[in-house]
Write a protein that binds this ligand. Structure first.
Ligand SMILES: Nc1ncnc2c1ncn2[C@@H]1O[C@H](COP(=O)(O)OP(=O)(O)OP(=O)(O)O)[C@@H](O)[C@H]1O
Ligand SMILES: Nc1ncnc2c1ncn2[C@@H]1O[C@H](COP(=O)(O)OP(=O)(O)OP(=O)(O)O)[C@@H](O)[C@H]1O
Length: 542
């Protein structure tokens, strides 16, 4: 049994956790949720012994594991009790290769060699990374790194597993597999798990209880379905349930499907029926802002992209999806110019971006990288925003205005290093969007963002597209794609395996379908469409 007892934590003048009590039983999975920057990572850090030791700030209260206080036990010595996976796996890697990383924690615990060997093999299989075992950690894709990080704590068989946004870099299928693996440990070994996650749709089905952390640092803990009735954050399926007046709220697609007959009868046909084979309709599209033809890009012997064709059209938001390691980031960096084409061509605004100087590249494209900290180098948030406005010759306050829409309430005098993951991402996105180049590339831009933040980002990207920009978003967040994308391109092992209008592509593939499509069938993507259809049908038949 694990407990936080009356924990209060503050950074100087900012109260982050206010008299928090939380108990987690053996074999229980608790989901921690709350708005961007509210203090979820801080709470997990308290449990793992990182806060306040590595962050500063003042902590009162107690952290208890199996009846004994661990407050005075340093993080390193808590490692056999608490397995912690942070938000940015590469920052935590201590070795060079996948196998070494999986073994490292066990070596620290002094486990016998045969045990270590067995657990490494088991974990490689469990997480589907056996073929990566000898790879250099730095060359792995984001999702591959995430799996290794989770594997490296699983091998130590901790009593409590603490995971900070473990699924944000994982493709939908991998996310489900990893959570199922964790749940199996919970059940078989009685491990306790505390997971912080914004994508509630992914984790709620696995959660025994929900802990909601609100502004002001107060928590509410309880049964997920009960708490979500009026929680400020809710996955699409819960919003759908609230709209339809379902009680108790369904938390899984399966539960929701059983209740849809009545809702469907009120809904009529989907908003934008699947296009029939009559060719494109709608506004005439202009020529592409970026063109990729027969592109092959190899990192060493194995090509990461094989014969890829892609057009990015002004006025369009394109979602780029596909399994971990499918080649999404490689494609973005090829469009940006960092990667050279091994074969084939890339043209952005008519030029080969790889041959351009950095300033010229920036005029053509803006890229928000997977690790947003790479873009930040100044001392305060305000300085970053002012520099972004100056560089882009944008009106003073442009960048700060974008930031306020994405993640409200950030202290402009704060250091970017002290931002939460979602706040830092919002700042990086704001800086790139301030420049407003004709082609915008975003690599997994919803990490750390709560539902309102994602909604705001979707709105901003739609506005930029409406101004005539071409936007390409690589993401595993199927709900975000449903909100923002016109078209979707799916990569598999470096090849384009499907592309077209979002409604068609996601309806064809269960892995990429958002919850509303899974519940109501092809044609429906978002809760707001369902709400609009219900309003119309109420007008027609009062
Ligand atoms: N060293 C620090 N000094 C001052 N404030 C800090 C420091 N570290 C974090 N903060 C602030 O504390 C708050 C909580 O941050 P935390 O990372 O715990 O949030 P979070 O809920 O995990 O966010 P996200 O959803 O983005 O992951 C944020 O507002 C952040 O700006
Ligand atoms: N420097 C490198 N050396 C060897 N292989 C590499 C290197 N960089 C990337 N790769 C491999 O190329 C493939 C494509 O990687 P990429 O980062 O483009 O995938 P991704 O679709 O963005 O994945 P994710 O969704 O996990 O972020 C992966 O298998 C990755 O391991």
């Amino acid at each position: 049994m694990f407990e936080l007892r009356d924990v209060t934590f503050r950074y100087d003048d900012r109260l982050v956790l206010d008299h928090v009590d939380l108990a987690i039983d053996h074999g229980e999975l608790v989901l921690l949720a709350g708005p961007t920057g509210v203090g979820k990572s801080t709470l997990l850090g308290v449990v793992a012994g990182l806060v306040p030791a590595f962050t500063g700030g003042t902590l009162t209260g107690d952290v208890v594991i199996d009846g004994a206080s661990v407050l005075e036990v340093p993080a390193r010595e808590r490692a056999h009790l608490v397995g912690y996976v942070g938000q940015n796996p590469p920052a935590w890697f201590v070795t060079d290769t996948v196998e070494e990383e999986l073994a490292f924690g066990m070596e620290q615990l002094g486990l016998a060699a045969p045990t270590m060997r067995r657990r490494v093999e088991e974990t490689l299989d469990l997480l589907g990374i056996a073929d990566l075992r000898h790879r250099d950690l730095r060359t792995l894709s984001g999702g591959q790194q995430q799996r290794v990080a989770i594997g490296s704590v699983l091998t130590t068989h901790p009593r409590l597993l603490v995971l900070d946004e473990p699924t944000s870099a994982l493709d939908p299928t991998a996310a489900e597999d990893v959570l199922a693996t964790v749940t199996r440990l919970v059940h078989d070994l009685g491990v306790s798990v505390l997971v912080a996650e914004h994508r509630l749709e992914r984790v709620v089905p696995f959660a025994d209880r929900l802990c909601l952390l609100g502004e002001g640092g107060r928590v509410r803990v309880g049964d997920p379905a009960g708490l979500l009735v009026d929680a400020p954050i809710a996955p699409p399926i819960v919003e759908l349930g609230r709209l339809a007046g379902w009680s108790p709220l369904p938390l899984t697609v399966r539960d929701a499907r059983r209740r849809t007959a009545e809702l469907r009868s009120r809904l009529g046909t989907p908003p934008d029926p699947l296009p029939v084979e009559t060719g494109p309709t709608g506004p005439v599209r202009r020529g592409p802002a970026a063109e990729v033809r027969n592109l092959v890009v190899a990192h060493g012997p194995v090509p990461a992209l094989r014969d890829v064709d892609l057009d990015l059209v002004p006025g369009t938001v394109t979602g780029l999806m596909g399994r971990n390691g499918a080649g999404k980031s490689t494609l973005l960096w090829s469009l940006q110019g960092r990667h050279a084409a091994t074969r084939g061509t890339v043209r952005v605004g008519g030029d080969d971006p790889h041959r351009l100087r950095p300033e010229a590249r920036r005029r053509h494209t803006g890229l928000v990288p997977q690790s947003p900290a790479d873009l930040l180098y100044l001392e305060t948030v305000a300085e970053e925003c002012a520099a972004a406005d100056r560089t882009a010759s944008a009106a003073v306050g442009t960048c700060a205005g974008l930031l306020e829409r994405l993640a409200p309430g950030i202290d402009p005098a704060g250091h970017p290093r002290d931002l939460s993951e979602g706040q830092r991402l919002a700042l990086a996105v704001s800086i790139v969007l301030t420049a407003g180049p004709p082609v915008l590339l975003l690599d997994e831009p919803t990490r750390g963002l709560d539902y309102p933040g994602k909604h705001a980002l979707a709105g901003i990207l739609r506005d930029l597209a409406a101004e005539g920009r071409a936007v390409l978003v690589a993401t595993h967040d199927v709900e975000f794609v449903a909100q923002v994308a016109d078209d979707v391109v799916v990569l598999a092992e470096g090849e384009v395996v499907s592309s077209g209008p979002v409604r068609e592509v996601v309806a064809e593939s269960p892995a990429f379908a958002p919850q509303v499509t899974k519940v109501l069938g092809p044609g429906w993507l978002r809760v707001d469409e369902v709400a609009a259809a219900l309003a119309t049908s109420a007008e027609v038949s009062p």
